[in-house]
Ligand binder design. Structure first.
Ligand SMILES: [Zn+2]
Length: 280
């Protein structure tokens, strides 16, 4: 309170010599989640660091935006983000990492789907290298000015984070969201961005990947047909493909994945966070 009054009375005095106390905030996040942050920034030299690593900031005028994630494989350790102007901390955000229980499901599948043949393994490995390159070269500004949107309004058949036990042995987790879809249903992009991949992959079949900038990607898997090509810019809601059952799947559906800063996170949380940020 006192600080606010001082700011009103002596803006010039405060802005020059005195080292201001940083704004401090307490926030929370859970494994597999994302937070959309907004800052007031005095100039565009301001940088953001979380867990001792720089997090890219979207800067426009006096406004800064960034996303912070917590890995699905979190160890629930608290961390701090610092908004810095050279050595001075403008803001300090203390993140508490709370637990999030994900449901488990038992699946019986053809053992061949679990133990890959050398040929399939080689193919999957090679594709992973291509994908790694794509995920390492995101555009350096947000490509969207609106909130993310569900790709389909149909029933969700598998939520993000579901733990899966295959044939009572191998364990895994589903790090995307599955929507009920027939073969040939239209699949819209969940936000504006650039198509960075449209091709056939071993696991997710015909797949479209969209780069939304600053290491935010959306992935659309098991398509019967992509309707866009790599390099194309797309708007939110633009049809990027038709749903199907290509790749390793037991039936037609849309698999929607969201990769942020190298980790798959819960797309529904990104939708909620960006709705708040963009006031939708
Ligand atoms: Zn899926």
């Amino acid at each position: 309170m006192k600080y606010t009054i001082l700011t009103l009375l002596f803006p010039a005095l405060l802005s020059c010599a005195m080292a201001k106390n940083p704004v401090q905030k307490e926030l929370s996040i859970r494994p597999g989640e994302v937070r959309f942050l907004e800052f007031n920034i005095p100039h565009d030299k301001v940088r953001l660091f979380c867990r001792d690593q720089e997090v890219k900031l979207q800067k426009s005028g006096k406004k800064g935006q960034a996303v912070v994630i917590e890995s699905y494989f979190s160890e629930l350790k608290p961390f701090t983000c610092y908004l810095k102007d050279n050595d001075q901390n403008l803001e300090e955000l203390f993140f508490k990492v709370e637990n999030r229980e994900y449901k488990a499901e038992q699946l019986r599948v053809n053992p061949k789907r679990i133990k890959l043949s050398p040929k399939d393994q080689k193919r999957a490995n090679e594709e992973q290298l291509v994908l790694n390159k794509i995920y390492a070269s995101s555009l350096n500004t947000f490509q969207f000015k609106t909130a993310f949107k569900e790709p389909m309004e149909s029933h969700v058949t598998s939520l993000y984070g579901t733990r899966r036990v295959y044939n009572k042995k191998k364990k895994g987790q589903h790090l995307g969201i599955d929507f009920r879809a027939a073969i040939g249903d239209k699949v819209p992009s969940t936000n504006a961005g650039k198509v960075v991949f449209a091709g056939d992959l071993f696991y997710t079949g015909w797949t479209v990947i969209i780069d939304h900038g600053l290491d935010i990607f959306s992935v659309y898997g098991h398509l019967s047909k992509p309707m866009v090509e790599a390099g194309e810019m797309v708007e939110r809601g633009q049809i990027i493909g038709l749903s199907g059952n290509t790749g390793r799947t037991s039936g037609p559906h849309l698999h929607w994945g969201v990769k942020v800063q190298g980790q798959y996170i819960d797309g529904f949380v990104l939708i909620e966070e960006t709705k708040k940020a963009f006031k939708e």
